[in-house]
Write a protein that binds this ligand. Structure first.
Ligand code: PGA
Length: 240
């Protein structure tokens, strides 16, 4: 089975020119030996710095958000075509923080996904249930709704249980596998399905060993070069 193994770093709203320079230097120095595909998603102002530093390396870069509209009077927004023009490859769409803190609806997420695809970007579509939804036995219903809202032709999916994001409480490998298998049945063959939510060097190998886990979307641990590289190696070395 030749599904792409991908590890993407979601830096969220962290970093400065100096910390990003140091982080990239450490990652670029060894990443070619790490073996899995790798992408980094910094905050918008640092995209140019990251793109410049990654030119000629095997590491791709992406944005954390994109406008659902092509252009126009949308103050503060950034279009998919603008990102594509600068060599952007990935864009995170529908992250739970966007859904919860900024009220993004399934319809908006679908429009952002379509806009990204139209511009030639690879969307990383995030789906995942809250703790209340899991406790109510609604996990598959919720992720099916979030996925079903999108006209998914091609891209990457990230299963990110909301209760596991930034909490230090990751899903067990079995919990991740169960949802990944459910998503797999509803997606085009060969769609990479990443797990996200408190992935650390200590738990990455066990999660990536699951048959339907193709890599990870990494938040906190992607800000620490040694941790991110260890997670990349776990993805490259995982046997399934
Ligand atoms: P975390 O974040 O690894 O810090 O839990 C993951 C994400 O939000 O993409």
């Amino acid at each position: 089975m030749a599904r792409t193994r991908l590890v993407a770093g979601n830096w969220k709203m962290h970093g400065s020119r100096e910390t990003i320079r140091a982080l990239l230097d450490a990652i670029v120095a060894v990443v070619d030996a790490a073996g899995a595909q790798c992408a980094i998603c910094p905050p918008f102002p640092y995209l140019a710095q990251v793109a410049e530093r990654l030119r000629g390396t095997a590491i791709a870069w992406g944005a954390q958000n994109v406008a659902e509209h092509a252009q126009g009077a949308y103050t503060g927004e950034v279009s998919a075509a603008m990102l594509a023009e600068f060599g952007c490859r990935y864009v995170i769409v529908g992250h739970s923080e966007r859904r919860q803190l900024y009220g993004e609806t399934d319809a908006q997420v679908a429009a952002k996904f379509a806009a990204a695809r139209k511009a030639g970007l690879t969307p990383i579509l995030c789906v995942g249930e809250t703790l209340a939804e899991r406790d109510a036995g609604r996990t598959t219903e919720v992720v099916a709704r979030q996925l079903g809202a999108v006209a998914f032709t091609a891209g990457v999916v990230a299963y990110e249980p909301v209760w596991a994001i930034g909490t230090g409480r990751n899903a067990t490998p079995e919990q991740a596998q169960e949802v990944h298998a459910f998503l797999r049945e509803r997606l085009p063959r060969d769609t990479p399905i990443l797990y996200g939510g408190s992935v650390k060097p200590q738990n990455a190998a066990a999660i990536f060993a699951m048959p339907d886990v193709d890599g990870g979307l990494i938040g906190g641990a992607s800000l620490v070069a040694a941790d991110f590289l260890a997670i990349l190696r776990a993805a490259a070395g995982a046997k399934r």
